[in-house]
Design a protein around this ligand. Sequence first.
Ligand code: 4NP
Length: 151
Amino acid sequence: MTSVLFVCLGNICRSPLAEGIFRRKVQDAGRSDQILIDSAGTGAWHAGNPPDPRSIEIAAAHGIDISSQRARQVTSSDYDRFDYLVAMDADNLANLLSGKGKQHQGIRLLLTNPPADVPDPYYGGPKGFEEVYRLVDGGCDALLTSIRQSR
Ligand code: 4NP
């Protein structure tokens, strides 16, 4: 079993989309029984809340239902539970790498080639969510390829 945790700041915009998109790709690849997927935020402000309506909408436009997800904060046990902790931007990455995370070999950015951020869309308009969807979709393809090659 390989386990993947997607991480952003609030766990209501970017990482829920990444969780939903990656889950779909893993299903399509017939690997649902081999890859465990979750998402979390470095902050706790939105804990317990569903994804942002704009993320739910852009996912639904691509046939993916993320409405039953609920936000949670990253916990120290996530470093033990997950093989990969996949950050949406450099701030999330730095946060994950602080403290206990220093030892973890599976902490990485989603967009690695070249290293790039999935921009925080929270304070922007709907175009921002389309861009996030496009970036996350491409990043999830590369991540799945990378995981399959390393197994
Ligand atoms: P996310 O977006 O990290 O992609 O979930 C954000 C959601 C909420 C806030 C910031 C970013 N916030 O400041 O409340």
